[in-house]
Design a protein around this ligand. Structure first.
Ligand code: HEC
Length: 131
């Protein structure tokens, strides 16, 4: 049990070492801040953060195409094209999936895992993609 924990720690330690090697002995699963947190200041005027979105789009790429890589686009897979779509539209659609106003199962599952900020970031990202 301790050995397994140690193995995990080794993996975590790389990141933890940056924050302080002493912490590596503590087998907490979540390091302090794994992802660059979106600026709380964005709350005032909700704004998508393209940089923050980069960590999140991997969730979408498989179905909605590969941003920036001119992939065969989703129509092929009967998935709507969201690249270049209006930011507001994407945001609203994600909210609708989360709320259940839209009922597509996969999208509901995905949207359920997204925070408002995630949605803003993703909407900004996809809207910025010009096919
Ligand atoms: C498992 C495949 C899959 C993944 C992964 C996925 N989507 Fe979707 N998405 C779909 C499908 C299929 C639809 C069409 C659903 C429908 O008919 O309502 C859709 C619809 C959408 C729509 C509405 C488009 C429109 O024209 O109304 C948006 C916006 C969207 N997805 C965004 C995202 C974002 C952002 C992510 C990543 C966080 C993501 N999707 C991940 C399959 C996926």
């Amino acid at each position: 049990m301790i050995r397994n924990a140690q193995a995990l720690i080794v993996a975590v330690a790389v990141q933890a070492a940056l924050a302080g090697a002493a912490m590596a002995q503590t087998p907490t699963t979540a390091p302090a801040a794994p992802a660059p947190a979106a600026a709380p200041a964005a709350k005032a005027e909700p704004k998508g953060d393209l940089g923050a979105a980069r960590d999140k789009v991997s969730m979408c790429i498989g179905c909605h195409g590969i941003p920036g890589y001119k992939w065969a686009f989703p129509e092929k897979y009967t998935v709507p094209k969201i690249a270049g779509q209006s930011e507001k539209y994407i945001y609203n659609a994600l909210q609708a999936y989360k709320k259940g106003d839209r009922t597509h199962q996969s999208m509901r599952a995905i949207a359920a895992s997204l925070s408002d900020q995630d949605m803003l970031d993703l909407a900004a990202f996809w809207a910025s993609m010009k096919k």
